[in-house]
Ligand binder design. Structure first.
Ligand SMILES: *[C@@H]1O[C@H](CO)[C@@H](O)[C@H](O)[C@H]1NC(C)=O
Ligand SMILES: *[C@@H]1O[C@H](CO)[C@@H](O)[C@H](O)[C@H]1NC(C)=O
Ligand SMILES: *[C@@H]1O[C@H](CO)[C@@H](O)[C@H](O)[C@H]1NC(C)=O
Ligand SMILES: *[C@@H]1O[C@H](CO)[C@@H](O)[C@H](O)[C@H]1NC(C)=O
Length: 608
């Protein structure tokens, strides 16, 4: 019987001692008290915002899973309260999200002030990585099964599984365990461009994975950088700058951890201030210039972002091609619009767009180019309505030409014939296949280097791709786990069709030169491109030339520098391959970027 006494006194203590903020939050994503009305909750006011205030427990527990702070939602409740006040409140525990695909935030609504106990208490922020553990650097959630890019997506929901937090292992769990908390980020670096509201992804002076030379974080296989955090709207009503650049150093940030618009974020006490920017402002031009013969043909690849003849960015694209890409012999272009751009009529040809671009290149001091394209069927290839975006080639007619040209129409399916050669040169791959619904069909061409044909040298195939977009993706910090990778099934089908076509060239001649480039809208380590490489037997040129994984990026999205634009080459081209990404758009501020993608340049020996 004696042993019952301590048990009895413990349960009595639990019954009589007041509720703590840690108990409101609980050790999982959702509050164990969700929907309940509570009283006698004591907290110190740590910050005030436009719609409420944040309270921190005067008696924090030692459990790393349970946040000791909470948001109290009510616009007027804070009127007579100031930071440092110790108050006792009642209210209702609620889980709030503004969209069904987001995570819930635990908050106290309809607050009633029961007592103001004290004021003038000092409020010290927790320094992330010092007063807290470091944010996890690889995984977002246990529910991702070890790979945030795993297919199939959306196997489970955080809001349903409600796992117990493991803040040491998982990024979502880490930030969740700090929601409502006042924190400091020491030595912050901006790792992406802000959105129109000035929301800016940063890392602090904690350990990170995937840091690139510019100061950003590059996504790598299985690692999409959960250690980064967005800095949202300042609590004092000031506005964050919208011209912050990749790698900018920012003044120390103190603010409240919360979740809104699909992401954990810190609401800073006041606006971000950039203290130092990376130098040089612009990258160097490519070192890969043409040798003017088969031993060194240069290939550019550039998603020119909805380029029409009247686009204000057309001269800048031309200038990039001349000054940064050094007029490659052949350019794989994506997002070339028809002759009247987004005007939604039946115009589909882009000959004026491409002639205008070639002329602008010449005006900017570049090479003489001509072009080849196949106009799509009106409104069938996705993208901006009316624009009829397509892939196209610009090339130097003085150096290369189509081998036995025989252009296909929009609906002609190209075939590999004896030689190997192409039935349609250029021609589209299986254009009526359902895999290409509302997407661009790849453009295959066979080329020869002029003057070297006699020796049977200098022939090569190209495949220019722009796979379906990631539209419809869910937030990487959203409810669906693994997150929804929008269009992944389409891209898998598209990658498979394209790879099988390429395989049929290499089945005939394993030494054929095949170069495929463009905007694959996917990462090399995700299922569509894993299959693409496996089926086609092509090699990822980034890996061939051993570009460091952290320098493989052409695009900025969320917290990640990432690679959507790739080049894959056949084995016969690997030995002397050279390749560079030119970060002309990712490095500059938003207003100065000409396209949302960086271009790349390769130099290849196509002689043998
Ligand atoms: C709240 O605190 C008051 C004052 O200490 C106490 O009288 C009351 O019983 C408490 N209520 C609950 C529900 O714990
Ligand atoms: C703030 O204090 C004023 C003056 O005492 C009072 O009239 C008002 O109701 C209080 N507001 C709130 C939200 O408690
Ligand atoms: C574009 O093609 C049409 C039809 O072949 C032709 O009439 C027109 O002159 C061409 N425009 C340019 C700029 O090449
Ligand atoms: C994920 O799946 C659930 C059904 O389990 C569905 O309700 C939800 O809309 C899906 N989320 C997304 C982002 O597609």
């Amino acid at each position: 019987m004696a042993s019952l006494v301590p048990l009895l006194s413990l349960s009595l203590a639990t019954l009589t001692s007041a509720l703590t903020i840690a108990e409101v939050n609980g050790p999982s994503f959702l509050s164990p008290l969700k929907g309940e009305t509570i009283t006698n909750l004591t907290g110190i006011v740590t910050a005030k915002g436009p719609d409420g205030l944040w309270l921190r427990s005067p008696t924090p527990d030692k459990d790393v899973r349970t946040s000791d702070s909470v948001y109290v939602f009510n616009r007027n409740f804070a009127t007579n309260l100031t930071v440092g006040d110790v108050i006792v409140i009642g209210g209702k525990v609620e889980e709030y999200r503004s969209n069904k695909d987001y995570l819930y935030l635990t908050e106290i609504t309809s607050p009633v002030l029961q007592q103001k106990k004290e004021s003038g208490k000092t409020v010290k922020p927790l320094v992330i990585g010092k007063d807290t553990i470091d944010p996890p650097r690889e995984q977002f959630s246990k529910l991702d099964g070890g790979d945030v890019f795993a297919v199939p997506n959306n196997k489970t929901l955080v809001s349903v599984a409600n796992p117990e937090l493991e803040p040491k292992k998982y990024g979502l769990d880490f930030w969740e365990s700090l929601t409502g908390e006042l924190v400091t980020v020491k030595k912050p670096t901006a790792i992406a461009k802000p959105n129109q509201f000035g929301d800016t992804w940063v890392i602090g002076n904690w350990k990170v994975n995937g840091e690139n030379k510019r100061g950003g974080l590059t996504m790598t296989d299985g690692d999409a950088n959960p250690e980064a955090i967005i800095i949202g709207s300042p609590l004092d009503g000031t506005k964050n700058p919208t011209n912050t650049k990749l790698g900018d150093e920012v003044e120390e940030i103190t603010g409240i951890v919360t979740y809104a618009f699909g992401f954990y974020r810190i609401l800073p006490q006041t606006a971000l201030k950039v203290t130092k920017s990376e130098k040089p402002v612009l990258p160097s031009a490519t070192k890969l210039t043409s040798k003017g013969k088969c031993s060194g043909i240069t290939y550019g690849a550039y998603n020119v972002e909805n380029l029409a003849p009247t686009s204000s960015h057309l001269p800048d694209i031309a200038s990039h091609i001349v000054n940064y890409l050094k007029s490659p012999d052949l350019i794989f272009l994506q997002e070339v619009q028809d002759n009247n751009g987004p005007v939604n009529d039946d115009v589909v040809s882009a000959n004026l767009t491409l002639t205008t671009l070639a002329q602008a290149i010449k005006t900017a001091g570049g090479a003489d180019y001509t072009f080849t394209e196949i106009a799509p069927t009106d409104d069938q290839d996705g993208g901006q309505p009316g624009g009829n975006i397509r892939v196209a080639y610009l090339y130097k007619p003085s150096l290369i030409r189509l081998y036995k040209p025989n252009p296909g129409s929009a609906l002609d399916a190209n075939e590999v014939q004896a030689g190997p050669s192409l039935k349609f040169n250029p021609g589209r791959i299986d254009p009526t296949n359902a895999a290409w619904k509302a997407s661009r069909k790849p453009l295959v061409a066979q080329w020869e280097v002029i003057g070297e044909k006699a020796k049977g040298q200098g022939k090569f195939f190209t495949v220019n791709v722009h796979f379906g977009s990631k539209g419809g993706s869910s937030s990487i910090q959203g409810d669906a786990r693994p997150p929804v990778n929008g269009g992944v099934d389409d891209r898998l089908a598209q990658a498979t069709l394209t790879a099988e076509f390429i395989k049929s060239i290499l089945d005939q001649d394993s030494n054929a030169h095949v170069i495929t480039a463009g905007d694959f809208n996917e990462f090399a380590f995700v299922e569509p491109l894993k299959q693409y490489a496996a089926i086609s037997t092509l090699l990822d040129i980034d890996a061939v030339v051993k570009i460091k994984e952290t320098e493989r990026y052409t695009y900025l999205f969320d917290m990640n520098a990432q690679q959507l634009d790739h080049m894959y080459i056949s084995k016969s081209l690997a030995k002397k391959a050279e390749y560079e990404h030119i970060h002309i758009n990712t490095w500059v501020e938003f207003a100065a970027q000409i396209s949302d993608h960086d271009p790349s340049v390769a130099r290849l020996d196509v002689c043998s």
